[in-house]
Design a protein around this ligand. Structure first.
Ligand SMILES: *Cc1c(COP(=O)(O)O)cnc(C)c1O
Length: 445
Protein backbone atom coordinates (compact mmCIF):
# COMPACT_ATOMS: atom_id res chain seq x y z
CA UNK A 1 0.00 0.00 0.00
CA UNK A 2 1.19 3.50 -0.78
CA UNK A 3 1.07 6.22 1.80
CA UNK A 4 -0.02 9.64 0.71
CA UNK A 5 0.19 11.79 3.80
CA UNK A 6 2.92 10.52 6.12
CA UNK A 7 5.91 12.02 4.33
CA UNK A 8 4.48 14.80 2.20
CA UNK A 9 6.41 15.56 -0.98
CA UNK A 10 6.62 18.65 -3.14
CA UNK A 11 6.69 16.33 -6.15
CA UNK A 12 3.53 15.09 -7.79
CA UNK A 13 2.06 12.33 -5.63
CA UNK A 14 0.40 10.43 -8.45
CA UNK A 15 3.68 9.90 -10.28
CA UNK A 16 5.51 8.92 -7.09
CA UNK A 17 2.71 6.51 -6.24
CA UNK A 18 3.06 4.94 -9.69
CA UNK A 19 6.76 4.36 -8.94
CA UNK A 20 6.11 3.01 -5.44
CA UNK A 21 3.50 0.59 -6.72
CA UNK A 22 5.79 -0.58 -9.49
CA UNK A 23 8.71 -1.13 -7.12
CA UNK A 24 6.54 -3.00 -4.60
CA UNK A 25 4.78 -5.16 -7.19
CA UNK A 26 7.86 -6.05 -9.26
CA UNK A 27 8.86 -9.68 -8.89
CA UNK A 28 12.54 -8.66 -8.66
CA UNK A 29 14.69 -5.56 -8.56
CA UNK A 30 15.97 -6.49 -11.97
CA UNK A 31 12.45 -6.03 -13.28
CA UNK A 32 12.37 -2.59 -11.71
CA UNK A 33 15.72 -1.75 -13.28
CA UNK A 34 14.29 -2.89 -16.59
CA UNK A 35 11.46 -0.36 -16.19
CA UNK A 36 14.03 2.43 -15.88
CA UNK A 37 15.72 1.35 -19.10
CA UNK A 38 12.31 1.00 -20.72
CA UNK A 39 11.41 4.61 -19.86
CA UNK A 40 14.75 5.79 -21.27
CA UNK A 41 14.10 3.87 -24.50
CA UNK A 42 10.54 5.17 -24.81
CA UNK A 43 11.83 8.71 -24.42
CA UNK A 44 14.55 8.14 -26.99
CA UNK A 45 12.07 6.91 -29.58
CA UNK A 46 9.42 9.54 -28.88
CA UNK A 47 11.40 12.71 -28.08
CA UNK A 48 14.48 11.63 -30.00
CA UNK A 49 12.90 10.54 -33.27
CA UNK A 50 9.23 11.46 -33.38
CA UNK A 51 8.97 14.96 -31.92
CA UNK A 52 9.74 18.45 -33.03
CA UNK A 53 11.73 19.52 -29.98
CA UNK A 54 11.36 23.27 -29.78
CA UNK A 55 12.41 23.71 -26.15
CA UNK A 56 14.78 26.69 -26.06
CA UNK A 57 17.14 25.24 -23.38
CA UNK A 58 17.77 22.01 -25.28
CA UNK A 59 20.28 21.08 -27.96
CA UNK A 60 21.20 17.71 -29.43
CA UNK A 61 24.78 16.72 -28.68
CA UNK A 62 26.93 15.23 -31.42
CA UNK A 63 27.52 11.44 -31.60
CA UNK A 64 31.06 11.77 -30.21
CA UNK A 65 29.88 13.91 -27.30
CA UNK A 66 27.15 11.40 -26.46
CA UNK A 67 29.58 8.52 -26.59
CA UNK A 68 32.08 10.26 -24.30
CA UNK A 69 29.36 10.80 -21.72
CA UNK A 70 29.42 7.09 -20.97
CA UNK A 71 33.21 6.68 -21.11
CA UNK A 72 35.38 4.91 -18.52
CA UNK A 73 36.90 8.15 -17.26
CA UNK A 74 33.50 8.99 -15.79
CA UNK A 75 34.14 6.64 -12.88
CA UNK A 76 37.49 8.27 -11.95
CA UNK A 77 38.00 10.72 -9.11
CA UNK A 78 39.95 13.90 -9.77
CA UNK A 79 39.24 16.50 -7.12
CA UNK A 80 41.26 19.66 -7.25
CA UNK A 81 43.00 21.82 -9.82
CA UNK A 82 44.78 20.62 -12.96
CA UNK A 83 48.26 19.14 -12.44
CA UNK A 84 49.76 16.49 -10.12
CA UNK A 85 50.45 18.72 -7.10
CA UNK A 86 47.02 20.24 -6.67
CA UNK A 87 45.02 17.02 -6.82
CA UNK A 88 44.20 14.68 -3.98
CA UNK A 89 44.65 11.54 -6.04
CA UNK A 90 47.51 9.95 -7.95
CA UNK A 91 46.99 8.44 -11.39
CA UNK A 92 45.42 11.50 -12.95
CA UNK A 93 47.91 12.21 -15.75
CA UNK A 94 45.46 11.50 -18.58
CA UNK A 95 42.71 13.30 -16.72
CA UNK A 96 44.99 16.34 -16.53
CA UNK A 97 45.35 16.16 -20.32
CA UNK A 98 41.58 15.99 -20.82
CA UNK A 99 40.92 18.87 -18.44
CA UNK A 100 43.70 21.08 -19.79
CA UNK A 101 42.47 20.54 -23.35
CA UNK A 102 38.92 21.35 -22.27
CA UNK A 103 39.90 24.55 -20.50
CA UNK A 104 42.11 25.78 -23.35
CA UNK A 105 39.49 24.91 -25.98
CA UNK A 106 36.88 26.85 -24.00
CA UNK A 107 39.17 29.89 -23.84
CA UNK A 108 39.69 29.66 -27.59
CA UNK A 109 35.99 29.16 -28.36
CA UNK A 110 35.06 32.24 -26.31
CA UNK A 111 38.21 34.32 -26.90
CA UNK A 112 38.48 34.79 -23.12
CA UNK A 113 41.57 34.87 -20.90
CA UNK A 114 40.08 32.43 -18.39
CA UNK A 115 37.54 29.60 -18.36
CA UNK A 116 36.56 26.84 -15.95
CA UNK A 117 35.19 23.44 -16.87
CA UNK A 118 34.26 21.94 -13.48
CA UNK A 119 30.74 23.26 -12.95
CA UNK A 120 28.23 20.48 -13.20
CA UNK A 121 25.45 23.06 -13.71
CA UNK A 122 25.26 26.69 -14.66
CA UNK A 123 23.33 27.24 -11.41
CA UNK A 124 26.65 26.51 -9.68
CA UNK A 125 28.33 29.01 -11.99
CA UNK A 126 25.95 31.66 -10.73
CA UNK A 127 26.58 30.57 -7.14
CA UNK A 128 30.31 30.92 -7.86
CA UNK A 129 29.85 34.47 -9.10
CA UNK A 130 27.79 35.54 -6.09
CA UNK A 131 30.23 33.90 -3.69
CA UNK A 132 33.34 35.30 -5.39
CA UNK A 133 32.15 38.81 -6.27
CA UNK A 134 29.75 39.81 -3.45
CA UNK A 135 29.41 39.71 0.33
CA UNK A 136 26.20 38.84 2.17
CA UNK A 137 23.90 41.84 2.46
CA UNK A 138 25.26 43.56 -0.66
CA UNK A 139 22.71 45.20 -2.96
CA UNK A 140 22.52 43.66 -6.43
CA UNK A 141 20.21 44.24 -9.40
CA UNK A 142 18.79 41.35 -11.43
CA UNK A 143 15.97 40.66 -13.90
CA UNK A 144 12.57 39.51 -12.62
CA UNK A 145 10.97 36.43 -14.17
CA UNK A 146 8.13 38.08 -16.17
CA UNK A 147 10.71 40.07 -18.16
CA UNK A 148 12.82 36.96 -18.74
CA UNK A 149 14.88 36.60 -15.54
CA UNK A 150 15.86 33.29 -13.97
CA UNK A 151 15.45 32.04 -10.40
CA UNK A 152 19.22 31.64 -10.02
CA UNK A 153 19.58 35.41 -9.81
CA UNK A 154 16.57 35.95 -7.54
CA UNK A 155 15.61 35.42 -3.92
CA UNK A 156 14.78 31.75 -4.38
CA UNK A 157 18.12 30.93 -6.06
CA UNK A 158 21.88 31.35 -5.45
CA UNK A 159 21.60 35.15 -5.17
CA UNK A 160 19.08 34.70 -2.35
CA UNK A 161 21.17 31.99 -0.67
CA UNK A 162 24.09 34.42 -0.63
CA UNK A 163 21.85 36.79 1.34
CA UNK A 164 21.96 39.58 -1.21
CA UNK A 165 19.47 42.44 -1.33
CA UNK A 166 17.89 42.03 -4.75
CA UNK A 167 16.48 44.94 -6.75
CA UNK A 168 14.95 44.69 -10.22
CA UNK A 169 16.73 45.70 -13.40
CA UNK A 170 13.98 47.69 -15.15
CA UNK A 171 13.05 46.40 -18.61
CA UNK A 172 11.20 48.18 -21.38
CA UNK A 173 8.35 45.71 -22.03
CA UNK A 174 7.92 46.86 -25.62
CA UNK A 175 11.55 47.09 -26.70
CA UNK A 176 12.34 43.94 -24.66
CA UNK A 177 15.66 45.28 -23.43
CA UNK A 178 16.83 47.28 -20.42
CA UNK A 179 15.14 50.67 -19.88
CA UNK A 180 18.39 52.66 -19.55
CA UNK A 181 16.90 55.84 -18.08
CA UNK A 182 15.04 53.94 -15.39
CA UNK A 183 18.13 51.80 -14.78
CA UNK A 184 20.37 54.84 -14.30
CA UNK A 185 17.95 56.30 -11.76
CA UNK A 186 17.47 53.15 -9.66
CA UNK A 187 21.10 52.05 -9.92
CA UNK A 188 22.39 55.42 -8.70
CA UNK A 189 20.09 55.12 -5.67
CA UNK A 190 20.84 51.47 -4.91
CA UNK A 191 24.53 51.43 -5.98
CA UNK A 192 24.54 47.68 -6.62
CA UNK A 193 27.80 45.82 -6.11
CA UNK A 194 26.81 43.60 -9.04
CA UNK A 195 24.25 43.87 -11.83
CA UNK A 196 23.25 40.47 -13.22
CA UNK A 197 21.84 40.12 -16.69
CA UNK A 198 20.46 36.61 -16.91
CA UNK A 199 17.65 36.14 -19.40
CA UNK A 200 15.93 32.81 -19.97
CA UNK A 201 13.59 34.64 -22.29
CA UNK A 202 16.05 36.43 -24.54
CA UNK A 203 15.34 38.12 -27.84
CA UNK A 204 17.61 41.17 -28.07
CA UNK A 205 21.03 42.27 -26.73
CA UNK A 206 21.44 44.38 -23.58
CA UNK A 207 23.09 47.86 -23.57
CA UNK A 208 26.09 46.59 -21.60
CA UNK A 209 28.47 49.46 -22.43
CA UNK A 210 26.01 52.06 -21.20
CA UNK A 211 25.21 50.07 -18.07
CA UNK A 212 28.88 49.54 -17.33
CA UNK A 213 29.51 53.30 -17.57
CA UNK A 214 26.80 53.85 -14.95
CA UNK A 215 27.88 51.17 -12.43
CA UNK A 216 31.52 52.24 -12.81
CA UNK A 217 30.60 55.42 -10.91
CA UNK A 218 30.79 53.37 -7.67
CA UNK A 219 32.97 50.50 -8.91
CA UNK A 220 30.01 48.17 -9.47
CA UNK A 221 30.40 45.19 -11.78
CA UNK A 222 28.29 43.58 -14.52
CA UNK A 223 27.68 39.83 -14.59
CA UNK A 224 26.32 38.33 -17.81
CA UNK A 225 24.48 35.06 -17.16
CA UNK A 226 24.49 33.84 -20.74
CA UNK A 227 22.97 30.43 -20.03
CA UNK A 228 20.91 30.61 -23.19
CA UNK A 229 23.05 32.79 -25.43
CA UNK A 230 26.37 31.01 -24.80
CA UNK A 231 26.57 29.42 -28.26
CA UNK A 232 25.58 32.66 -29.94
CA UNK A 233 28.29 34.48 -27.96
CA UNK A 234 30.95 31.91 -28.93
CA UNK A 235 29.95 32.24 -32.57
CA UNK A 236 30.04 36.04 -32.43
CA UNK A 237 26.35 36.21 -33.38
CA UNK A 238 24.95 38.07 -30.39
CA UNK A 239 26.84 40.48 -28.20
CA UNK A 240 30.35 40.15 -26.82
CA UNK A 241 29.76 40.65 -23.08
CA UNK A 242 33.38 40.54 -21.85
CA UNK A 243 34.34 43.23 -24.37
CA UNK A 244 31.26 45.33 -23.64
CA UNK A 245 31.80 45.66 -19.89
CA UNK A 246 30.82 42.39 -18.20
CA UNK A 247 33.40 41.11 -15.69
CA UNK A 248 32.24 37.52 -15.89
CA UNK A 249 30.02 35.28 -18.02
CA UNK A 250 28.36 32.07 -16.93
CA UNK A 251 26.35 29.81 -19.15
CA UNK A 252 24.85 26.40 -19.71
CA UNK A 253 27.02 24.17 -21.87
CA UNK A 254 23.93 22.24 -23.00
CA UNK A 255 21.78 25.08 -24.31
CA UNK A 256 22.77 26.81 -27.58
CA UNK A 257 26.41 25.74 -27.05
CA UNK A 258 25.17 22.18 -27.67
CA UNK A 259 27.55 20.39 -25.31
CA UNK A 260 26.80 18.16 -22.32
CA UNK A 261 24.38 19.72 -19.83
CA UNK A 262 26.59 21.53 -17.30
CA UNK A 263 28.07 24.97 -16.65
CA UNK A 264 30.82 27.18 -18.04
CA UNK A 265 32.33 30.30 -16.48
CA UNK A 266 34.48 32.82 -18.37
CA UNK A 267 36.36 35.96 -17.40
CA UNK A 268 39.25 38.15 -18.57
CA UNK A 269 40.46 39.98 -15.45
CA UNK A 270 43.39 38.19 -13.68
CA UNK A 271 42.43 39.80 -10.36
CA UNK A 272 39.24 37.68 -10.29
CA UNK A 273 41.02 34.40 -10.96
CA UNK A 274 41.91 33.32 -7.44
CA UNK A 275 38.49 34.14 -5.99
CA UNK A 276 36.56 32.39 -8.76
CA UNK A 277 38.82 29.33 -8.99
CA UNK A 278 38.98 28.85 -5.21
CA UNK A 279 35.20 29.08 -5.01
CA UNK A 280 34.73 26.38 -7.64
CA UNK A 281 37.11 24.10 -5.76
CA UNK A 282 36.81 23.35 -2.86
CA UNK A 283 33.40 25.03 -2.41
CA UNK A 284 31.18 23.91 -5.30
CA UNK A 285 32.85 21.11 -7.24
CA UNK A 286 34.71 17.98 -6.11
CA UNK A 287 34.29 14.97 -8.37
CA UNK A 288 33.25 16.98 -11.37
CA UNK A 289 32.46 14.18 -13.87
CA UNK A 290 35.52 13.93 -16.11
CA UNK A 291 33.48 12.05 -18.74
CA UNK A 292 31.44 15.24 -19.00
CA UNK A 293 34.62 17.34 -19.19
CA UNK A 294 35.86 15.20 -22.11
CA UNK A 295 32.51 15.62 -23.84
CA UNK A 296 32.63 19.36 -23.22
CA UNK A 297 36.12 19.57 -24.73
CA UNK A 298 34.93 17.89 -27.94
CA UNK A 299 31.79 20.05 -28.02
CA UNK A 300 34.07 23.11 -27.78
CA UNK A 301 36.23 21.86 -30.65
CA UNK A 302 33.11 21.24 -32.74
CA UNK A 303 31.88 24.70 -31.90
CA UNK A 304 35.15 26.29 -33.02
CA UNK A 305 34.85 24.36 -36.30
CA UNK A 306 31.13 24.72 -37.03
CA UNK A 307 29.66 27.19 -34.52
CA UNK A 308 29.44 30.17 -36.83
CA UNK A 309 27.43 28.54 -39.59
CA UNK A 310 25.36 26.61 -37.02
CA UNK A 311 24.38 29.66 -34.97
CA UNK A 312 23.87 31.75 -38.08
CA UNK A 313 21.22 29.30 -39.24
CA UNK A 314 19.73 29.06 -35.73
CA UNK A 315 19.02 32.81 -35.71
CA UNK A 316 17.88 32.86 -39.35
CA UNK A 317 15.46 30.05 -38.56
CA UNK A 318 14.12 31.80 -35.45
CA UNK A 319 13.46 34.97 -37.45
CA UNK A 320 11.70 32.97 -40.18
CA UNK A 321 9.60 31.11 -37.68
CA UNK A 322 8.59 34.35 -35.93
CA UNK A 323 7.61 35.95 -39.21
CA UNK A 324 5.62 32.95 -40.37
CA UNK A 325 3.78 32.58 -37.05
CA UNK A 326 2.85 36.26 -37.09
CA UNK A 327 1.49 35.85 -40.63
CA UNK A 328 -0.82 33.12 -39.27
CA UNK A 329 -2.31 35.67 -36.88
CA UNK A 330 -0.43 34.59 -33.75
CA UNK A 331 1.03 37.45 -31.73
CA UNK A 332 4.85 37.30 -31.66
CA UNK A 333 6.86 39.49 -29.30
CA UNK A 334 9.39 41.88 -30.80
CA UNK A 335 7.74 41.89 -34.24
CA UNK A 336 8.70 45.55 -34.78
CA UNK A 337 12.38 44.67 -34.23
CA UNK A 338 12.51 41.66 -36.55
CA UNK A 339 11.17 39.20 -33.93
CA UNK A 340 14.48 38.02 -32.46
CA UNK A 341 18.27 38.12 -32.51
CA UNK A 342 18.58 34.75 -30.76
CA UNK A 343 17.39 31.13 -31.02
CA UNK A 344 14.09 32.06 -29.36
CA UNK A 345 10.65 33.10 -30.55
CA UNK A 346 8.15 34.23 -27.90
CA UNK A 347 4.42 34.06 -28.54
CA UNK A 348 1.56 35.69 -26.64
CA UNK A 349 -1.10 32.96 -26.73
CA UNK A 350 -3.41 34.38 -24.09
CA UNK A 351 -6.33 34.57 -26.56
CA UNK A 352 -5.79 30.91 -27.48
CA UNK A 353 -5.99 29.56 -23.93
CA UNK A 354 -2.64 30.63 -22.46
CA UNK A 355 0.81 29.04 -22.43
CA UNK A 356 0.00 26.01 -20.27
CA UNK A 357 -2.94 24.88 -22.38
CA UNK A 358 -1.28 25.62 -25.72
CA UNK A 359 1.96 23.80 -24.77
CA UNK A 360 -0.11 20.78 -23.67
CA UNK A 361 -2.10 20.74 -26.94
CA UNK A 362 1.06 21.06 -29.02
CA UNK A 363 2.71 18.20 -27.10
CA UNK A 364 -0.24 15.96 -28.02
CA UNK A 365 0.79 16.59 -31.62
CA UNK A 366 4.47 15.85 -30.82
CA UNK A 367 5.48 19.52 -30.87
CA UNK A 368 7.38 20.26 -27.64
CA UNK A 369 7.47 23.85 -26.34
CA UNK A 370 7.12 25.53 -22.96
CA UNK A 371 4.74 27.91 -21.25
CA UNK A 372 6.46 31.17 -20.39
CA UNK A 373 5.84 34.34 -18.42
CA UNK A 374 5.81 37.43 -20.61
CA UNK A 375 6.00 41.09 -19.52
CA UNK A 376 2.20 41.43 -19.26
CA UNK A 377 2.11 38.61 -16.65
CA UNK A 378 2.68 38.84 -12.90
CA UNK A 379 5.31 36.57 -11.28
CA UNK A 380 2.53 34.58 -9.56
CA UNK A 381 1.06 33.69 -12.98
CA UNK A 382 4.02 31.32 -13.55
CA UNK A 383 1.85 28.17 -13.62
CA UNK A 384 -0.59 29.51 -16.20
CA UNK A 385 1.20 32.35 -18.00
CA UNK A 386 0.22 34.04 -21.28
CA UNK A 387 3.35 33.21 -23.22
CA UNK A 388 4.88 30.34 -25.13
CA UNK A 389 8.62 30.00 -25.76
CA UNK A 390 10.04 28.31 -28.83
CA UNK A 391 13.69 27.58 -29.66
CA UNK A 392 15.26 26.61 -32.98
CA UNK A 393 18.53 24.99 -31.83
CA UNK A 394 17.59 21.32 -32.23
CA UNK A 395 15.65 21.60 -35.48
CA UNK A 396 18.54 23.58 -36.95
CA UNK A 397 21.11 20.95 -35.96
CA UNK A 398 18.89 18.41 -37.67
CA UNK A 399 19.37 20.40 -40.87
CA UNK A 400 16.10 22.29 -41.13
CA UNK A 401 16.06 25.66 -42.87
CA UNK A 402 13.65 28.47 -43.74
CA UNK A 403 11.25 26.32 -45.81
CA UNK A 404 10.79 23.95 -42.86
CA UNK A 405 10.19 26.95 -40.56
CA UNK A 406 7.23 28.01 -42.71
CA UNK A 407 5.87 24.46 -42.57
CA UNK A 408 6.34 24.20 -38.79
CA UNK A 409 4.60 27.57 -38.28
CA UNK A 410 1.61 26.21 -40.21
CA UNK A 411 1.55 23.07 -38.03
CA UNK A 412 1.67 25.19 -34.87
CA UNK A 413 -1.12 27.43 -36.17
CA UNK A 414 -3.21 24.35 -36.94
CA UNK A 415 -3.11 23.36 -33.28
CA UNK A 416 -3.12 26.80 -31.66
CA UNK A 417 -5.72 28.52 -33.86
CA UNK A 418 -7.48 26.17 -36.22
CA UNK A 419 -8.31 23.39 -33.76
CA UNK A 420 -7.05 20.76 -36.20
CA UNK A 421 -7.12 17.24 -34.71
CA UNK A 422 -3.81 16.55 -33.01
CA UNK A 423 -3.45 13.19 -34.81
CA UNK A 424 -3.48 14.92 -38.20
CA UNK A 425 -0.72 17.28 -37.14
CA UNK A 426 1.20 14.50 -35.40
CA UNK A 427 1.33 12.48 -38.61
CA UNK A 428 2.83 15.44 -40.43
CA UNK A 429 5.40 15.87 -37.64
CA UNK A 430 6.36 12.18 -37.92
CA UNK A 431 6.84 12.57 -41.66
CA UNK A 432 8.96 15.68 -41.24
CA UNK A 433 11.14 14.05 -38.58
CA UNK A 434 11.63 10.96 -40.73
CA UNK A 435 13.44 13.08 -43.32
CA UNK A 436 15.58 15.06 -40.82
CA UNK A 437 17.45 12.60 -38.63
CA UNK A 438 21.13 13.28 -39.10
CA UNK A 439 22.91 15.83 -36.94
CA UNK A 440 24.77 18.59 -38.75
CA UNK A 441 27.59 20.91 -37.62
CA UNK A 442 29.60 18.16 -35.94
CA UNK A 443 32.55 15.83 -36.57
CA UNK A 444 31.72 12.51 -38.14
CA UNK A 445 32.70 9.63 -35.85
C1 LIG B 1 18.93 27.71 -17.71
C2 LIG B 1 19.40 28.90 -16.96
C3 LIG B 1 20.22 28.77 -15.83
C4 LIG B 1 20.54 27.43 -15.22
O1 LIG B 1 21.38 26.69 -16.00
P1 LIG B 1 21.63 25.12 -15.73
O2 LIG B 1 22.69 24.77 -16.69
O3 LIG B 1 20.31 24.47 -16.02
O4 LIG B 1 22.04 24.95 -14.33
C5 LIG B 1 20.73 29.92 -15.25
N1 LIG B 1 20.42 31.13 -15.72
C6 LIG B 1 19.61 31.31 -16.78
C7 LIG B 1 19.33 32.69 -17.26
C8 LIG B 1 19.06 30.19 -17.43
O5 LIG B 1 18.23 30.36 -18.46
Amino acid sequence: MTEMTKNPEVHDDSVLNWARDLIESSPSHQTTAHEVVHAVNKNEVWRGRECLNLLAPEAPTSPIVRKLLSSEVGIRAAEGHIGPKQRWFAGTQYIDEIEALCMELLKKAFRSNYADHRLIASMLGNMTVYAALTDPGDPVMTLSQPVGGHSSNRNDGPAGIRGLKIHDVPMDPHELTVDLDAFAKIAREVQPRLVSLGASMTLFPFPLKEMKAIVSEWDGKLFFDGAHQLGLIAAGKFQDPLNEGASVITGSAGKTFSGPQSGIILWDDPSLTENITDTIFPALAATHQVNRVAALAVAAAEFIAFGQSYMDQVVTNAKSLGKALQSHGISVLGAHKGFTETHQVILDVKEFGGGYDVARRLAEANIITNKNLIPTDRPEDWDEPSGLRIGTTEITRLGMKEAEMDYIAALIADIVKNNTKSDNVKNKVLELRASFNELQYCFKE
